[in-house]
Write a protein that binds this ligand. Structure first.
Ligand code: NAP
Length: 172
């Protein structure tokens, strides 16, 4: 199983601004988000991110697996392909593998990404770096002391101002 983070970031590495309004995201980020979700058919997100996307902007309308981390596993999801779970990142990856998935994409936010990185379960990271600097906002990771080395796999210029950086992550 290959696990990939796909995320937009400001040029100074923040994944949301203090207004928490996603008006800084390019159409190319949105297209990439849909493309990688369609390709993997397995999308992992935290409940806060789910609440922002649902119901209209969820990347898989039917089929595949939309896994949402939450402690509230009793609420019924809006679609049959959504799983609300409080299982560990390791258990989630094992379950997706058992369902036949060979790739999964984690689309945010900070808490969810941090849990999977901390568990050593992320193979690749795709940053869509948007042309903006935020004075404050959410970092990519929180509550992690470790440092991780990245190897650059690919750089793509998506439009006049937006760059996509694709890395693999090395765990020692
Ligand atoms: N730039 C980008 O590409 C991008 C993409 C996505 C999101 N974002 C931004 O990220 C922000 C949201 O990030 P976030 O860190 O606040 O939230 P998040 O990771 O989306 O969701 C956090 C929630 O997920 C649940 N959760 C997380 N870890 C869990 C675990 N181990 N077990 C059970 N439940 C768990 C909890 O939900 P419960 O409280 O229900 O238990 C927690 O409150 C938003 O501002 C959004 O705009 C940015």
């Amino acid at each position: 199983m290959k696990t990939i983070i796909y995320l937009a970031s400001s040029a100074n590495g923040l994944i949301s601004n203090s207004r928490n309004v996603p008006d800084w995201l390019s159409p190319e980020y949105g297209q990439g988000f849909m493309d990688i979700s369609q390709r993997t058919q397995a999308v992992i997100m935290g409940k806060t991110t789910y609440n922002i996307l649902a119901p209209d902007y969820l990347p898989l309308k039917e089929g595949g697996s939309l896994v949402v981390l939450t402690h509230d596993t009793q609420t019924l999801p809006a679609q049959s392909n959504i799983l609300f779970t409080d299982d560990s990142p390791k258990e989630i990856i094992e379950q997706l593998t058992a369902k036949g998935h060979t790739e999964a994409v984690i689309i945010g936010g900070t808490e969810t990404i941090s849990a999977f990185v901390k568990a050593g379960l992320v193979n690749e990271i795709i940053f869509v770096m948007e042309p903006v600097l935020f004075g404050s906002g959410l970092p990519l990771l929180k509550d992690i002391e470790s440092e991780y080395q990245l190897s650059l796999l690919e750089v793509n210029k998506l439009n006049d101002n937006t760059v996509q950086l694709h890395y693999s992550i090395e765990y020692n």
